[in-house]
Design a protein around this ligand. Sequence first.
Ligand code: SAM
Length: 225
Amino acid sequence: MNISVITLFPQIIESYFDCSIMKRAVDKGLISYRAVDLKPFADGQYHHCDDYPYGGGAGLVMKPEPFERAILSVRENPTARIIYPTPSGKPLDHATAVELAGSDELIFLCGRYEGIDQRIIDLYVTDEISIGDYVISSGEIASLVIIDALYRHIDGVISKESLEEESFAGCRLLEYPQYTRPEVFGGLRVPEVLLSGNHAEIAKWRMQKRIEKTLKNRPELIEKN
Ligand code: SAM
């Protein structure tokens, strides 16, 4: 998969791609990426990427021309998905992450201030995605949340077994509680069944915990099942 992120702050994006599991995926050739600096695509000596909103009101709006030029310079395929993370988009969920993981090319547009001129959305954006019902100050963090949710579903990035029992996957329950050494911590002992070596009993216990946790924290997931 080829991921381009168009941004005023490419260093935020680069630092993410240069760490941990994502770095391994890049090194293995499963993902290639570009953190594309928006500024050089803007006109004038100072390369301004924002301007006052038509109609008045608070804040600044990101200008359309630099985004258009940047999109046209990085897009390799007319079928590329062009994603604008925005609070007014469709909520990100497990199914969307899995679906996007099947794409060959993704281009993310990072908004700042009051967001991006609507005409870029009308002309180029294929998916407007929200990471939740709250507003953060930057599209960089929102793009990275979406990228992080989707890339783990690309074949070869993470073992299939790890993905199958995760929250929202398969039977759409939350995950069971996890424990590691030591056996006793803060006066609390690891549940005996996990030390028993009895795989059938462990599976039964884990399913029971998944149901209990889902009923407690996200009962609407059970109703949807
Ligand atoms: N004025 C916009 C509104 O009320 O919908 C909020 C703009 S926000 C300060 C700046 C940028 O952060 C947005 O253009 C978007 O790219 C990103 N952003 C903020 N909250 C987000 C969310 N919940 N989901 C996705 N992106 C978000």
